[in-house]
Write a protein that binds this ligand. Structure first.
Ligand code: HPA
Length: 271
């Protein structure tokens, strides 16, 4: 499916010449501004890419960019696909297969999430150290193509420890306050009830969102190294859960994006 016959891949290969990205970037809700750090060489609207899914959520643009961040060739997906939009796991993780087919070995993902950890505040950045898959599905279900990766994927170090250590020191160097924690991924599109946030905290999650986990699973299947970062846009903590809305999520994400961008750009430039 992802090999030579795939229409999106063929189209891209025909249009980007010898450009070979090393890093792949998938940007979360309201976080399109990181692309301003890219010296763009090629740009495509999602709807001009044959067989490429369309994004349907407000705050998610549909644009694919290839270019450079401090001499590092990157491919960036400005706008991601969610399970709650009705996409299959295979479709919504297609960008990861695509970047890998173009040569990407390192992936950075960002997202907005609700924080259950009582030490968290709205606007915090959280390095994702691990995740809990609470989707009722997995993008690797079905026949396994051994050319894409192994049948059984080791997820013990899903989020690259060297990237996490590097992000910690970048945050320190640039005085960017940073938290760390476990991200629980579930379908949405409802935000959680107070009981659900409580449950998520009890099972070991620090933050919760509706993305990222499927993409990271596919990236690990493909043997890629992954960096993940969340903006805590709302709190799943008793007394705060009334405040959550998509508008609020986008507002906070927009506000904190410059810090997130600085961190990701610096990380990419160092690896
Ligand atoms: N829950 C689920 N997804 C989210 C949240 C949340 O509180 N905030 C941002 N995305």
């Amino acid at each position: 499916m992802y090999e030579e016959q795939n229409p999106t891949l063929i189209y891209l290969k025909n249009n980007i010449g010898a450009f070979k990205p090393h890093w792949g970037i998938i940007l979360g809700s309201g976080m399109g501004d990181l692309v301003h750090h890219i010296t763009v060489v090629h740009s495509f609207e999602y709807n001009e890419l044959p067989d490429f899914p369309k994004s349907t959520v407000q705050g998610h643009q549909g644009r694919l960019l290839l270019g450079y961040i401090c001499n590092q060739p990157v491919i960036a997906f400005q706008g991601r696909f969610h399970y709650y939009e009705g996409y299959s796991m295979k479709t919504l993780t297609f960008p990861v297969r695509l970047m890998n087919s173009l040569g990407v070995q390192k992936m950075a993902v960002s997202n907005a999430s609700g924080g259950m950890n009582p030490d968290f505040k709205v606007g915090d950045l959280m390095l994702i150290t691990d995740h809990i898959n609470l989707f009722p599905d997995n993008p690797l279900i079905g026949p396994n193509d051994p050319h894409l990766g192994p049948r059984f994927v080791n997820m013990s170090k899903a989020y690259d420890v060297e990237f996490i250590a590097s992000a910690r020191s970048i945050a320190k160097q640039f005085s960017i306050p940073i938290k760390e924690g476990v991200y629980a991924g579930l379908t949405g599109p409802c935000f959680e009830t107070p009981a659900e946030y409580r449950y998520l905290w009890r099972i070991g999650a620090d933050a919760v969102g509706m993305s990222t986990v499927p993409e990271v699973i596919v990236a690990k299947h493909a043997g890629m190294r992954v960096f993940g970062i969340s903006i805590i846009t709302d709190l799943g903590i008793e007394g705060h859960t009334e405040d959550v809305s998509h508008e609020e999520v986008l507002k906070v994400a927009k506000l904190k994006e410059p810090e997130l961008s600085k961190l990701v750009v610096e990380l990419i430039s160092r690896h």
